[in-house]
Design a protein around this ligand. Structure first.
Ligand code: GLU
Length: 443
């Protein structure tokens, strides 16, 4: 049997870092074992799912380089869910319930007040055929619960090892809503069966769902797949990820100018004890991938680490690879080679392009010094040797050296106290702008 994986986002929003990590890990595992991957859009929530999000998810996955082998939408599969519903009903595993949301809330509150676990009491099971008929005649449509075996469900998890969940302490889950539409559990299991999924890799927030899914697989006479539950991502301080730290959508990250390989390199190793290094492409990430290296401990996601990895990618990136990403009209190789070591994201290149090609306001602290320095500029076209010749002349002529020499010149020419090597910047800025800026003019 060939291994088959699935990534199952709900198109009720754009992908964020946590989703992207699951997409990537499913994809890497599939590639590692020569298997395939289904992109399953869990769009049973018709009110909140949109085509725009569905498209956005696909765009973001493509941007990361995570191509899928099959695309499936749950909204196309209601006939298959109906078949499974009938099968479970015939097997006596589904029962109709008529409580309203308020009634269920009230029951739960009373149980909590009495220090009892808030588990559904199965009172609907006790309804007679007449009582049900009377409720329906009265306009009450049922929702349907799955009758759980009140046993311990166990599996060997690819990340967590031996897992046991006692279903005796769980409520019978609602599989079908009052309006007849299925909730997450049934479509998920039916799809995993129909698409012959062999590995289900998802977040550890699904551990108890897995126990009930295993019961549904069995009730539908299907073998269960293998499961792996990855710990959720935490912020750098160990708390939940905040918006600023990484619950940001991938498209927001993309807009900050991050390279997809910085995200892939980090997310593929986060939560393992492997060193996090930038990889040039996904093939190199597959090579070191092994699901058993993921630990059960929460993985900390630090956006600062992402930026550092991105900077490393940029520092080594040749012009050919950079030019489309830069999206700066007129930018050229010499510019890129001068500035790539001083940026963390490609968008930062824009401000250096302004220094080279646009107008900046020079930082001037000692105007007479700059005026005298201007007079010592070497003649002719500037090249990479000009800066050394010029600063040598300023040192000899005006008797300043070190920081007192370099800083005012850098600040006047670039408007910044830090930045790319000035021997590369000077020829890019050119004589006219250099003279104007040394004269304190915006140029
Ligand atoms: N749509 C579900 C989610 O995003 C899928 C979970 C699963 O992988 O089964 O949590």
């Amino acid at each position: 049997m060939t291994a088959k994986f699935r990534f199952a986002p709900s198109p009720t929003g754009y992908l964020h870092v946590g989703n992207a990590r699951l997409a990537l890990i499913n994809w890497l595992f599939a590639k590692k074992v020569g298997g395939s991957m289904v992109l399953r859009l869990d769009d049973t929530d018709a009110e909140r799912s949109t085509d725009e999000y569905a498209q956005g998810i696909q765009d973001d996955m493509q941007w990361l380089g995570l191509e899928w082998d099959e695309l499936k939408k749950q909204s196309d599969r209601s006939a298959d869910y109906d078949t499974a519903f009938e099968k479970l009903k015939a097997a006596g595993r589904l029962y109709p319930c008529y409580e309203t949301g308020e009634e269920l809330d009230y029951k739960r509150k009373r149980q909590i007040a009495r220090k009892l676990p808030p588990v559904y009491d199965r009172s609907a099971l006790k309804l007679s055929a007449e009582e049900k008929a009377a409720l329906e005649a009265d306009g009450h449509q049922p929702h349907w619960r799955f009758l759980l075996d009140q046993d311990v469900v166990a599996w060997e998890d690819e990340v967590r090892g031996h897992v046991e969940v006692d279903c005796a302490s769980m409520s019978d889950p609602v599989l079908i809503r009052t309006d007849g539409r299925p909730l997450y559990h049934l479509p998920s299991v039916v799809d995993d069966i129909d698409f012959a999924i062999t590995h289900v890799i998802r977040g550890e927030d699904h551990v108890s769902n897995t126990a009930l899914h295993i019961q549904i697989f069995k009730a539908l006479d299907a073998a269960k797949p293998k499961f792996a539950h990855l710990p959720l991502l935490m912020g750098p301080d160990g708390g939940p990820l905040s918006k600023r730290e990484g619950s940001q959508s991938l498209r927001e990250l993309r807009e900050t100018g991050l390279d997809p390989m910085s995200i892939n390199s980090l997310l593929a190793r986060l939560g393992t004890s492997d060193n996090i290094e930038v990889r040039e492409d996904l093939a190199a990430v597959i090579a070191g991938f092994d699901i058993s290296r993921f630990s059960r401990a929460a993985a900390k996601f630090d956006p600062a680490e992402l930026k550092k990895l991105n900077a490393k990618i940029l520092h080594a990136m040749p012009w050919e690879a950079a030019k489309d990403k830069l999206a700066i009209d007129g930018a050229h190789e010499a510019f890129w080679l001068a500035i790539r070591g001083n940026i963390e994201t490609v968008v930062e290149a824009k401000s250096w392009w302004t220094v080279v090609d646009g107008a900046i306001t020079p930082v001037v602290e000692d105007a007479p010094f700059l005026k005298s320095a201007a007079e010592l500029l070497p003649a002719g076209e500037f090249d990479e040797g000009s800066w050394k010749i010029w600063t040598g002349a300023v040192k000899d002529g005006l008797g300043v050296k070190g920081k007192a020499l370099f800083m005012p010149l850098r600040q006047a020419l670039t408007g910044q106290s830090h930045g790319p090597e000035m021997n590369k910047m000077l020829p890019l800025i050119g004589r006219d702008k250099t003279l104007a800026r040394l004269n304190g003019e915006t140029a």
